[in-house]
Design a protein. Structure first.
Length: 425
C-alpha cells in the first residue's frame, strides 16, 4: 500500500489524499447483514457477559487495527465470542502480567494508543484513564502486583513514566514519577536514546528498557525510579545493535531481546539471575536459523522456550533459552508482530495481520492448533479472566466499521508495518 492510498484517519502521516476504501463484496454483504440484524434487535441489553458467572471467565482480546474493533476470544474453545467497535486500537497492550492480574470487571486493561496511554475498564472496555506522554510511540507494562504501570515513551519524548495503576488508590491513573532521558543522546541524528519497550522482572523491583537509538539496555529501579545499570550493547552484524523489544522469563533468570540490527535482525539471550546486572550470553542471527525481522517475543511457562515473532519470514522462531539456540520455526502463513498468553499460560495467541486471523500455538505440543478469523488487520493482543459487557446498540457502529466506514473519533496507535500509525515525529 502506498502512502497516497492510506486513509488519513487511520494513517495521519499520509500525504492527505482521500482514502481509497478497498471494501470487498464479502465484507460489504456481511456488514449489511450485521447492520440489519442490529437494527432489528433493539438498542438495549448486552451482547456478552449478561450472567455474572460468565463475566469472570478467561478471555483473549485482539485489537483489529483495520476497523478499530476488538475481537473477544474464548480460550477454552478458541472461538470468537464477539467483535465490537471500540473507537481505538492498540498495537502493544500490557500483557506480561495482565492476564492473571485482571480477574474482576473493575480491573484495568492498559493500552498504548494515540499519543499516550489508555486504561479501559475490563468489564466494559470503557475508558477510565487517559495519559498523554508527548510521544506517539509508547510501550507499557504492569508490575506483577498490578499496582504500578511503567511506560517507555520514545521519540520525541525520550522518557520513562510511572503511573499509579491501583484502582483503590487515591492517585489512581496519575503520573507518580518521570525520568527525562534526552540528555543521554543517541546514535546518528537521534536526539535521545529511544527507550523502546519495557519488561518487568517478576520480583517487581526492576524494569528493563532496550534503547533503540542508544544501543544500551537500561535497568530501572521502579520504586526509586532511577537508572541503576546501563549496559552497552555491541553490534554483531551491523553498524548499530539497535535493541528494541524484550521479555523477562517467568522464573526471572533470562531476558530475551530483539534487535533491529543489520539486514535481517538479531536476537540476544541475557542472564538476569542478578536482576540489576544483566549479562548477554549469546546473539542469534539468521545464520543460526533465526527468522527475519524479529520484533517481539513471549516466553513459555517453563521459562525455557522463547517464541520470537519474525514477520520478515512470516513465522514464529522457537528458541531454546537453555541451549541458546533456534529449535524450530512455526509457519504462520502471514505477518505477525506480537502475541499474548491466555490466563492459564498454556496457549499463545498470535494475531496474523495480513490474514485477518489469530494463530493459536499450544505450548505443550509446540504446534499451531487453531486459526481463528477475527477483524481487519489484527495487531495487538492481551488477555484477562474477565468477559466484558457490550450494549447491543454498539452493533450498528460495529457493522458499519467492518464495512469500511471511517469514524473521526477513532484513536490510532503506534505500530510497525501495514496498520494504523497515529504518531508524527
Amino acid at each position: 500500500m502506498s502512502d497516497s492510498d492510506r486513509d488519513p484517519v487511520l494513517y495521519p502521516n499520509a500525504d492527505g489524499a482521500r482514502p481509497r476504501r478497498d471494501v470487498s463484496r464479502r465484507r460489504l454483504l456481511a456488514g449489511s447483514v450485521a447492520a440489519g440484524a442490529a437494527a432489528t434487535a433493539g438498542c438495549t441489553g448486552n451482547r456478552t457477559g449478561d450472567n455474572a458467572d460468565e463475566r469472570t471467565r478467561p478471555s483473549v482480546f485482539v485489537f483489529n487495527t483495520g476497523d478499530s474493533t476488538v475481537s473477544v476470544i474464548d480460550p477454552t474453545t478458541d472461538e470468537v465470542l464477539t467483535t465490537q467497535h471500540l473507537g481505538l486500537t492498540s498495537s502493544f497492550p500490557s500483557n506480561q502480567y495482565t492476564p492473571t492480574l485482571t480477574d474482576s470487571p473493575e480491573d484495568t486493561l492498559w493500552l498504548n494508543v494515540g499519543r499516550g496511554v489508555r486504561g479501559l475498564r475490563a468489564g466494559s472496555l470503557a475508558e477510565r484513564v487517559a495519559v498523554e506522554t508527548g510521544s506517539g510511540a509508547n510501550w507499557l507494562e504492569q508490575t506483577p502486583d498490578g499496582t504500578t504501570l511503567v511506560v517507555s515513551a520514545r521519540e520525541p519524548a525520550h522518557r520513562q513514566i510511572r503511573l499509579d495503576a491501583d484502582p483503590s488508590s487515591e492517585t489512581f491513573g496519575e503520573v507518580t514519577a518521570e525520568l527525562d532521558r534526552r540528555s543521554e543522546g543517541g546514535t546518528g541524528d537521534n536526539d535521545g536514546p529511544g527507550p523502546c519497550d519495557v519488561t518487568i522482572h517478576p520480583d517487581g523491583q526492576y524494569a528493563y528498557v532496550p534503547d533503540l537509538f542508544g544501543d544500551t539496555l537500561t535497568v530501572l529501579d521502579i520504586e526509586a525510579f532511577e537508572v541503576v545499570t546501563q549496559v552497552d550493547v555491541e553490534p554483531v552484524v551491523g553498524e548499530y545493535a539497535r535493541p528494541w523489544m524484550a521479555t523477562v522469563a517467568p522464573d526471572g533468570e533470562t531476558l530475551l531481546v530483539e534487535h533491529n540490527e543489520g539486514a535481517t535482525g538479531t536476537e540476544s539471550i541475557w542472564d538476569v539471575s542478578d536482576p540489576a546486572a544483566p549479562d548477554e550470553r549469546v546473539r542469534l542471527t539468521s545464520d543460526d536459523g533465526l527468522g527475519e525481522g524479529p520484533l517481539t517475543n513471549e516466553i513459555g511457562p517453563d521459562s525455557e522456550t522463547g517464541y520470537v515473532f519474525t514477520p520478515g519470514t512470516n513465522d514464529v522462531t522457537v528458541v531454546d533459552l537453555v541451549e541458546g539456540s533456534v529449535r524450530e520455526r512455526l509457519d504462520l502463513g502471514g505477518s505477525a508482530f506480537v502475541g499474548t498468553w491466555d490466563p492459564a499460560h498454556e496457549k499463545l495467541y498470535v494475531p496474523v495481520q495480513t490474514n485477518d486471523e489469530v494463530a493459536v500455538v499450544d505450548h505443550a505440543s509446540g504446534e499451531i492448533t487453531a486459526r481463528i478469523p477475527v477483524g481487519a488487520r489484527p495487531y495487538g493482543a492481551t488477555a484477562a479472566n474477565v468477559r466484558p459487557q457490550f450494549e447491543t446498540s454498539n452493533d450498528i457502529v460495529t457493522a458499519l466499521a467492518t464495512m469500511g466506514v471511517s469514524f473521526r473519533e477513532t484513536e490510532t496507535t503506534y505500530c510497525i508495518g501495514n496498520c494504523a500509525c497515529g504518531h508524527q515525529l
